[in-house]
Design a protein around this ligand. Structure first.
Ligand code: OOG
Ligand code: NI
Length: 470
């Protein structure tokens, strides 16, 4: 493209994703292994003899190149200013905050949103998403740890001056950048999310925060908001998990989310345990670089995920109900196998047939007029959707779940905070309005997005066939 043209936002997102992936691969070589393992599994799944329609039902839009680039990342921010600025960075690459995740029930003094593309077209090109959590100091119990965290955060600046200038330039240019600006933007943004081997705190301060909650030390003691993990999407998490174990990776003891099903729903995730990375801390009495103290920090990990169909609020209620049922039936400290079995038993009542899932309005679908439908001469009358599907005039394809599951997220957090982390459960205290207030924009509603996409695709089919549907 010529230097005077604008860079397409979806293309900029892809440059951004590739840069982040390259950076994380260099920082955490194990991530490279995961990407390789997942790539192998995906290739053999896609190359398997399954009928293309069955593939599309089960895996969605993955015959396209979408899958090869599909990643989600996670970052943990400290202040309202950081969240607001990150929102501006992500807007330039077509990511918008969707959904509210309260992490307080898991004992984390944080809440989160998912920055992601919102349109079918953008998701098709590159569905990059970032689980973005931010500290809620009011939930930190110990006043000393709270003051210390706030003090450290008030002193840091995780954005380069050039990045801030580019964000303003983006604002002035209607949210677009030119090629040279885009290159500088990606390079400067990577600095915000890169790893720093030197902390911005003394080892004493780090330990004080860690004693209160390990997540606090991770959020407040560093000069950047290092990307915490970057997750490729696998078509078969069971095989990928097996392969990870075979290669000697320290895999988390169970897969989060729904059990394995013939009709996958929502999101199944697993990770390898956080690695211990060397860190130089500032001297306590002499906070200069002359007095660096060697230590380490454990926070970053690798994760893989399998995505299934997006469920409706009814589908989600049933999911939550059955998971609660399994938890209620569980002994206090179940083994991973015991708990898996309880989940499997509970989920026997979750329909596992695409047509039934759709008829009972448990999942969202997009529709496609078949060639039979296009060729048919249909009498001018109203048709029931089920009838059109049964007669093969339309096909329904489950929509892919593009979001996260807070309970799984809590499980992932816990498994990576080290064995000392308190697994305390606390009363939920969401602050949706507080999150929107800080963001300065309203949070997108995932259900509205799925519902609108479903309605739009049905409307298109109906107008193609020239009929009315109820
Ligand atoms: C985020 C954990 C949530 C997921 O995949 O559910 C997450 C974090 O560890 O910061 O990434
Ligand atoms: Ni994750």
């Amino acid at each position: 493209p010529s230097e005077t043209s604008w860079i397409d936002r979806d293309d900029l997102r892809t440059s951004f994703t590739l840069a982040m992936s390259a950076m994380y691969k260099a920082e955490v070589p194990l991530y490279g292994d995961l990407v390789r393992i997942v790539g192998d599994i995906n290739q053999s799944t896609r190359g398997s003899a399954l009928d293309p329609k069955v593939l599309a039902m089960r895996y969605g839009d993955v015959a396209s190149s979408r899958l090869d680039i599909e990643r989600h990342g996670a970052i943990r921010l400290g202040t309202p200013h950081e969240l607001r600025t990150v929102r501006r960075i992500f807007a330039l690459i077509g990511l918008y905050p969707v959904g509210y995740y309260d992490l307080s029930p898991a004992g984390l003094p944080m809440h989160a949103t998912c920055f992601r593309p919102k349109t079918e077209m953008s998701l098709h090109k590159n569905p990059f998403r970032v689980f973005t959590s931010v500290l809620r100091p009011e939930l930190i119990k110990d006043p000393r740890a709270r003051d210390l965290a706030l003090d450290l955060l008030s002193k840091r600046n995780i954005f380069s001056d050039e990045l801030i200038d580019l964000l303003s330039l983006g604002d002035a240019q209607d949210g677009r950048l030119r090629p040279d600006q885009s290159r500088r933007f990606v390079a400067e943004a990577m600095k915000t999310f890169s790893w720093h081997g030197t902390a911005a705190a003394s080892h004493e301060d780090y330990q004080c925060l860690k004693d209160e909650h390990p997540i606090l030390a991770d959020i407040a003691c560093f000069r950047s908001s290092h990307i915490n993990h970057l997750t490729p999407r696998t078509l078969c998490i069971t095989s990928a998990q097996d392969l990870m174990k075979k290669e000697g990776l320290k895999v988390k003891d169970r897969i989060e989310g729904p059990p394995a099903r013939s009709c996958p729903i929502l999101l199944r995730q697993t990770s390898f345990l956080a690695i211990e990375e060397p860190i130089k801390f500032l001297g306590a009495s002499d906070p200069s670089y002359e007095a660096l103290v060697q230590g380490s920090h454990r926070a970053r990990f690798g994760e893989i995920e399998e995505r299934g169909a997006a469920v409706t609020p009814a589908g989600r209620r049933l999911y939550d109900e059955l998971l609660n049922e399994a938890t209620a039936a569980s002994p206090e400290k179940p083994s991973p196998e015991e708990f898996d079995e309880l989940v499997e038993t509970a989920f026997k009542t979750y329909p596992d047939d695409w047509s039934e899932l759709r008829k009972r309005e448990l999942i969202y679908c997009t529709f496609e007029a078949t060639s039979k439908g296009m060729d048919a001469t249909l009498p001018d009358q109203r048709y029931h959707l089920d009838e059109l599907l049964e007669q093969g005039l339309l096909n329904a394809f489950p929509m892919t779940y593009e979001d996260f599951l807070p309970l799984s997220a809590a499980g992932i957090f816990q498994s990576n905070l080290g064995s000392k982390s308190p697994a305390r459960q606390t009363e939920a205290c969401p602050d949706f309005a507080g999150m929107e207030d800080v963001l300065g924009v309203s949070l997108g509603d995932a259900d509205e997005i799925y519902r609108a996409a479903q309605a739009e695709s049905l409307a298109k089919c109906v107008s193609k066939l020239g009929i009315e549907v109820y």
